[in-house]
Design a protein around this ligand. Structure first.
Ligand code: IMP
Length: 198
């Protein structure tokens, strides 16, 4: 079964591909030859995930070799900041989408607040035969004051998942996978796909 993953983020694609089994072939936008910057105009992860999967579904739905498509939208929700940056995680410090500037702004806003707890929340939107289904994955953890590690992307260097002493930035793909919000959402996606007749 072939599914388009509506993302231009190579890190996300690698993380998702590491979770799905071989009976599901994941094709990224680049691999499908689709060059598009998908808008994320809404104020919830759910609505943005739907926007992304619908946009790509319209382009691929007539291809008989493709079963459907899915997208994934993630936000970092920091308790002491009332869930910020949340749906604005990618553009927290501006349209440049700079990982470093986003982290800088986050650490500055968090300052010396006592509660450093945060969670990553991933929402996957799958569309097959015009029908959408969503899957959520959450990873609880905390924000630390200084960046540690160079692996992964986004806020990984300042996020320590519950149950570890390392940041995501200090973990390789396999280790991040054991904690990741994206793994949890993808596992639900795979379980759902396994219920569909080939
Ligand atoms: P989006 O889902 O592509 O809109 O991602 C929003 C932003 O959240 C990204 O630009 C990253 O900064 C951040 N982000 C998403 N997933 C992760 C992750 O697994 N680790 C660290 N940051 C992430």
């Amino acid at each position: 079964m072939k599914l388009i993953f509506a993302t231009n983020n190579q890190h996300k694609a690698e993380e998702v591909k590491a979770v799905v089994n071989q009976s599901i072939e994941i094709i990224t936008l680049k691999e499908a030859g689709i060059n598009i910057d998908i808008p994320e105009p809404h104020d919830t992860l759910e609505a943005n995930a739907t926007e992304k999967s619908r946009t790509i579904y319209r382009l691929v739905k007539t291809d008989p070799g493709i079963l459907g498509c899915f997208s994934e939208d993630t936000g970092l929700e920091v308790t002491a900041l009332n869930g910020e940056p949340g749906v604005r995680s990618a553009r927290y410090a501006g349209e440049g989408r700079s990982f470093d500037k986003n982290i800088e702004k986050l650490l500055q806003k968090l300052g010396d607040k006592g509660d450093k707890t945060a969670r990553f929340r991933a929402v996957i939107s799958l569309i097959i035969n015009e029908r959408e289904t969503q899957f959520e994955g959450v990873c609880e953890g905390k924000i630390i004051d200084e960046k540690r590690g160079i692996q992964g992307f986004g806020y990984d260097p300042v996020f320590v998942p519950a149950g570890s002493h390392k940041t995501f930035g200090e973990m390789d793909l396999e280790e991040k996978k054991t904690f990741s919000h994206r793994t949890k959402a993808t596992e639900k996606l795979v379980a759902f796909l396994n219920t569909i007749e080939p």
